[in-house]
Design a protein around this ligand. Sequence first.
Ligand code: HPA
Ligand code: ZN
Length: 353
Amino acid sequence: MGMVATAEFIAGLPKAELHLHIEGTLSVEMKRRFAVRNKLSLGDASFASLQVPEGSGDQALDIQQYKMFLALYFEGLKVMQTDQDFYELALEYFRQCRTNNIVYAEVSFDPQAHTDRGVPFGAVIEGLGAAQKIAREALGIESQLIMCINRDLTLESAVNMLEAACPYRDKIAGLGLDNVEDGHPPNKFQTVYDAARDQGYRLTAHCDVDMVNAREHIRQCIHDIKVERIDHGINVLDDHSLVGAATERNIHFTACPTWRKGDPKPRRVDRIERMRGLGLSVSLNSDDPGYFASGYMNHMLNAVAATGRWDNSVVADYVKEAFAGAWIDDERRAVYIRRVDDYVAASDTQCAT
Ligand code: HPA
Ligand code: ZN
């Protein structure tokens, strides 16, 4: 291994992001702006400013923190009410993509969290779609949408979500599963996944890190609901047979080596390395950059590279894995991967002179 990848190398790499909750990009400034415009009062709790108590790695403490984060995330998204809010939210993310040289993004959103408050599905799609159009035409960024089932709501609610999405089928690439995992196994939504597959949606689901029943949830994702990707999914390492099944089915894992305020360093780096070492396809993603101290892609990658002592070629390998896991056709995939290879080759030449 050579030198740790430089910030300059990381900044210039053309990147993809596959695991990003658009509601999780809400900054304190945007939250205030939307609240004022929509005449709402604001709670002032902000996960980004909360210090995680010492003892990170303790399962009970981490699950408690995870639930606190999700509560604040759902509290925060209540300021989003109109298509304009979703437009501005997504456009700011795409500007961040530009800054971070993310050229392709798959953006998750939580329809039920909005429609349950009376926000029309169409307003969410209109706003996000308008931002996607600007991203494509003015910023050179391609993107697709993933709608996530809020897993702690009922099966019926998820069925309704899939039906509400029907008029927008061509604007949504995939189906995901997120929010509080405890007590809400993937196969609770077996029928929705089967119906979505029939309608041509691509399929993913969260198996968050170190949850209760983590292995069983991963097993269900692979063998029961039959996803193509797993969001996080790091506990696949806990079971040889799952590693085998994931490898055989070429399941991609969207890992998120994020950290919270108070964490000493990026989390999960060693386990991500082990996954990759076993030949699993793994990408690196920012998840909820408005809420986590890790922030956006380049900031995160720099710290992860430093933690793992990764050189340019290792960082480039993970970036190529993101394109490998992307829901795009193989022709476009090859173009993106070629861009990464060309960039790496050009950087190597510079070093040699
Ligand atoms: N896990 C589950 N649900 C979520 C997350 C997450 O990290 N972020 C936003 N919704
Ligand atoms: Zn997530």
